[in-house]
Write a protein of this length. Structure first.
Length: 279
């Protein structure tokens, strides 16, 4: 216990401060609650803890992908090359060891913030055997960036045979505006429509003509969240890309609700008329 006037340490049984002679009174209930709240909300020391993880992704000439989460998973014949890559990555993303400390009460401080830093490295080898190392996705040549984004599932613009593929979604009158049709456009020309199926998760395929040739397109969609459908697109059986599409005319979802309210109002009016007629 301390003196409220000078801060001198005093005993709980003392009635006067031995330093400034101020009268000491036991704290009231309100003062105890206020002191407890202030000590609970007072900012304390924090320790930032960082953790390093390394993931190796490889792709062979045949397009086969492999993922290794540690050097122990790497085959022995490739381990030396992967160790070299790991050492280079650690130099780039070198982070100091987390600080440690002791709180004023003598207890060890537990980590309050956990941070994560991702370091990416891309090592490419051309047909001549020359190796190039890139330290970010932005450093890669544009054509290779597109391939990497497709392999790692980055949402982005989809192209097919040099033509821009765009996807749009809109609520339609089918099933009283409770379903949306996901439409696919090829250079601005609509070539595919799902038609608004009464399925939260599903797929739809259809044929379309382009340049005098017939092709088949398949679109798989997932459950919508916040008026946004995740989808994957396949053309002629080949995966073309995946992304998300947002419903454009979201306000039309109010039409089913208004119809239900109007129907309930009609039922109430009809019942009221019947009761009046009976009475």
């Amino acid at each position: 216990m301390t003196c409220p006037e000078c801060g001198n340490v005093v005993a709980v049984t003392d009635q006067f401060c031995s330093k400034c002679y101020a009268r000491l009174e036991p704290p009231s209930l309100w003062q105890k609650l206020s002191s407890l709240f202030q000590s609970a909300t007072r900012p304390g020391p924090h320790v930032v803890n960082f953790k390093k993880t390394v993931t190796f992704k490889t792709m062979g000439k045949a397009g086969k992908r492999q993922i290794f989460h540690s050097l122990d998973e790497v085959p022995p014949d490739l381990r030396a090359e992967f160790e070299k890559l790991q050492s280079e990555a650690m130099k780039i993303g070198d982070i100091a060891s987390p600080p440690t400390g002791i709180s004023p009460t003598g207890r060890a401080i537990t980590p309050g913030i956990i941070g994560e830093k991702t370091v990416s490295m891309y090592k490419l080898k051309d047909t001549a055997g020359n190796e190039c190392v890139y330290h970010s996705l932005d450093e890669l040549p544009p054509e290779i960036q597109q391939v990497v984004k497709r392999l790692e599932g980055f949402p982005g613009p989809i192209t097919w045979q040099g033509k821009a593929v765009s996807v749009r979604a809109n609520y339609i009158p089918r099933f009283l505006w409770t379903t949306a049709s996901i439409d696919v456009f090829l250079d601005g020309r609509c070539v595919f429509r799902t038609g608004g199926q009464l399925k939260s998760i599903g797929s739809h395929s259809a044929k379309f003509n382009d340049g005098g040739f017939e092709h088949r397109m398949e679109l798989k969609w997932g459950r919508a969240r916040d008026f946004c459908f995740p989808y994957e697109l396949y053309i002629d059986g080949v995966w073309a890309g995946k992304s998300q599409v947002r419903v454009e005319n979201q306000h039309l979802i109010l039409i089913p609700a208004l119809l239900i309210i109007a129907l309930m109002a009609l039922v109430v009016l009809a019942l009221n008329s019947i009761f009046k007629f009976v009475s």
